[in-house]
Design a protein. Structure first.
Length: 190
């Protein structure tokens, strides 16, 4: 309400607030779910909008032809502790070994606060898209404050759990690469 009053004063030309600049920001961090339920943060809390960011991801299994893109909002490291905003499936990925497909995920928040999330497989060109209206992710001040407080309270616990999941993911990737080396006798002989 205070921000709206200041904005109205600026727009009406009152001289006592001419030097005030109001920025609209994201109330909480926005991102997607990655392997192991980790929250990959793309737009941090309090980022001024409009804003755009892109990040590359890949598949987590061999010959995966589709990936689910789950968009979350929150401050915790695991998606299960955050709010699911939207999801869509990106189909048409060419079958390939894990990690080979390159999928570009783009988050764009326009000046009206509409979040557009797109995912595009760089090889096949297949893409998916979803829009999230501001009303869906703009929570009450009480809910935002509660989520931020919980994130601070569980920060150490979340950090340890995230490290454990990332270590498991790294181990799985290592075992996968060793397995593939043994399956490819030509490279192994070299």
């Amino acid at each position: 309400a205070v921000g709206a009053a200041i904005q109205a004063s600026v727009l009406s030309g009152h001289h006592d607030v001419q030097d005030v600049v109001l920025l609209d920001v994201t109330p909480l961090t926005l991102g997607i779910e990655t392997k192991g339920g980790i929250f990959s943060k793309l737009i941090k809390r309090n980022t001024a909008i409009p804003f755009i960011v892109e990040q590359m991801y890949s598949t987590t299994k061999d010959n995966q032809e589709a990936v689910d893109v789950n968009v979350f909002q929150g401050e915790r490291n695991l998606v299960k502790e955050n709010k699911l905003l939207a999801s869509f499936e990106l189909n048409g990925i060419r079958p390939a070994p894990v990690g080979v497909p390159k999928i570009k995920v783009k988050f764009y928040i326009d000046k009206d606060g509409i979040l557009t999330v797109t995912a595009r497989d760089q090889d096949s060109g297949s893409s998916g898209k979803i829009q999230v209206d501001r009303s869906k992710y703009h929570l009450s001040d009480e809910v935002i404050t509660k989520m931020i407080k919980e994130a601070k309270t569980f920060e150490e616990e979340d950090k340890k759990l995230k490290e454990k999941i990332e270590a498991r993911n790294d181990l799985e990737s290592y075992v996968y690469s060793i397995r593939n080396q043994f399956n490819d006798w030509n490279d192994l002989a070299g």
